[in-house]
Design a protein around this ligand. Structure first.
Ligand SMILES: C[S@@+](CC[C@H](N)C(=O)[O-])C[C@H]1O[C@@H](n2cnc3c(N)ncnc32)[C@H](O)[C@@H]1O
Length: 239
């Protein structure tokens, strides 16, 4: 949310790619952006439309488009001021990440921003409770293979789609091969994301605000970028 508020302005035309049910679509609408929602899943698109309608923000959405981030041919070159691809769609395209980045960059205007988040490998390992239960359930070799390749199969993620867990060094290298400047990088879910549900529910509003502010403050530190659930990065397309 903090990253969206820093890099998207009222009046911007924004593609929310892999928008899912729309928690960030809503925030984009609240900022005053005009949003195009894209997702591969027709179910998610319907859910997004229903949620935006429920909270009275559907008028900020120009349209809901079924599209894959590896093929954004429904959109013209440079037609958006910003493209948001949060919550890991780039992790889900596995070894087609280069193609997806080509497409995401193609549709943003020169000087515009691409806001991305991917699942973090080191952040996942730092959830040591889960690491140990995976070690017991699947054995050392299977966990080692995930750490070496970054590829997490559905059987090890409770039935999610297969996904690629990134190291920040790997993502930065991938981005450097495109014509862009990295303008911000941070972790998400550094603090609140680590809490059990009961502890989260028991937090007083002022405690929650304090912990969130500290996490936002520390998340861009080089030592913190890999440590959350996701890695967030903002890149500017060179004009
Ligand atoms: C974990 S959800 C994140 C949703 C939302 N952006 C958020 O952060 O709350 C991932 C979404 O990406 C969509 N998705 C997965 N692969 C995709 C692809 N190749 N192109 C576009 N959307 C994709 C899924 O259908 C799902 O709605």
């Amino acid at each position: 949310m903090d990253t969206l508020r820093r890099f998207v302005s009222a009046g911007d035309r924004v593609l929310d790619a892999g928008a899912g049910p729309g928690r960030f679509t809503m925030e984009l609408a609240r900022i005053g952006a005009s949003v195009v929602v894209a997702d591969t899943s027709s179910v998610q698109l319907e859910l997004n439309r229903a949620k935006l309608t429920e909270v009275g923000l559907a008028t900020s959405v120009e349209g809901w488009v079924q599209a894959d981030i590896t093929d954004l041919s429904a959109f013209a070159d440079g037609e958006f001021d910003a493209v948001v691809c949060f919550g890991g769609p780039l992790s889900y395209v596995l070894d087609r990440a280069e193609e997806a980045l080509d497409e995401l960059f193609r549709v943003v205007r020169g000087g515009g921003h691409l806001l991305l988040s991917v699942m973090s490998l080191i952040g996942s390992v730092a959830h040591v409770r889960y690491l140990i239960s995976d070690l017991r359930a699947f054995g050392r070799e299977a966990v080692q293979a995930v750490i070496d390749s970054g590829d997490l199969p559905p059987v090890m993620s409770g039935g999610h789609l297969a996904m690629h867990l990134y190291r920040w060094s790997e993502l930065a290298e991938l981005l450097r091969r495109h014509r862009c400047d990295i303008v911000a990088a941070s972790s998400s879910g550094l603090a609140i994301g680590r809490l059990h549900n009961e502890m989260l529910a028991a937090l007083a509003p002022d405690e929650r605000e304090a912990v969130t502010d500290w996490a936002i403050h520390l998340a861009p530190e080089p030592g913190a970028i890999d440590m959350g659930e996701h890695i967030i990065v903002v890149v500017r397309k060179t004009a």
